[in-house]
Design a protein around this ligand. Structure first.
Ligand SMILES: [Zn+2]
Length: 222
């Protein structure tokens, strides 16, 4: 993890990573919105990181990461997810609290402590939300499609983003839809209709809106 980067630099690189993973450019206005910063602050930080070779800002098009920026984003995501695991597995925090707490101290951790945490946790492959912990040297964090992209017969493991509305989390929880749970799609109604899922031995019907808020890692069909 690059010690030369400030906490806000890392958050910015992560946000650019998220917004450009489909190959598009990240607009500075969009970045400001997603980070809750003013456009002026984002533009100044982008300029600094551009000069340092982490990204490239093309006027009127937007921002894309260069190699070192991409590597910094991946290692920042890796650290966040390891710290989340530590909070939930070792300290007993609920999975939906780990995200917020991790952000309060993950940036201060020495790299060697992160490495020991990872080993002490038995090298986990996902964070408590169900998202993959990338290897430190990969270019790309494996992408997860929304549950609604699945088709009948598909089997997949669920991931629930930390930013999900608490009421939605409660609803999902009542359906047995928690991070790491395996589901099978039984039916998908046409014209953006609901999906019927097999969850822990029961059929559950989920609307399109909710099914687009949770993510999945597809498994081989049974
Ligand atoms: Zn997470």
């Amino acid at each position: 993890m690059d010690a030369q980067l400030s906490r806000s630099d890392r958050e910015l690189l992560k946000a650019i990573y998220r917004l450009t993973r489909d190959g598009s450019f990240a607009h500075t206005g969009r970045l400001a919105l997603s980070l809750g910063l003013t456009p002026g602050t984002v533009t100044a930080a982008v300029k600094r990181l551009d000069e340092r070779g982490f990204l490239e800002h093309q006027p009127y098009r937007g921002v894309e990461l260069r190699g070192p920026g991409r590597a910094a984003a991946v290692t920042a995501v890796r650290r966040h997810r390891i710290v989340e695991r530590f909070l939930s597995d070792m300290l007993g925090y609920p999975w939906n609290e780990a995200d917020r707490l991790a952000g309060t101290f993950e940036h201060e951790l020495p790299q060697e402590v992160e490495e020991r945490m990872f080993v002490a946790l038995d090298r986990p492959s996902t964070c408590p939300h169900g998202f993959p912990i990338p290897d430190p040297d990969v270019e790309e964090i494996p992408d997860m499609p929304p549950l609604y992209a699945l088709e009948p017969g598909d089997v997949a493991v669920v991931a629930v983003p930390g930013a999900t509305d608490p009421e939605v989390i409660e609803f999902l929880d009542a359906m047995g839809l928690r991070p790491g749970v395996t589901v099978e799609v039984k039916e998908k109604h046409p014209f953006d209709g609901p999906v019927v899922l097999r969850v822990e031995g029961r059929d559950r019907t989920i609307g399109e809106k909710v099914a687009n808020q949770i993510y999945v890692r597809k498994e081989q069909a049974i």
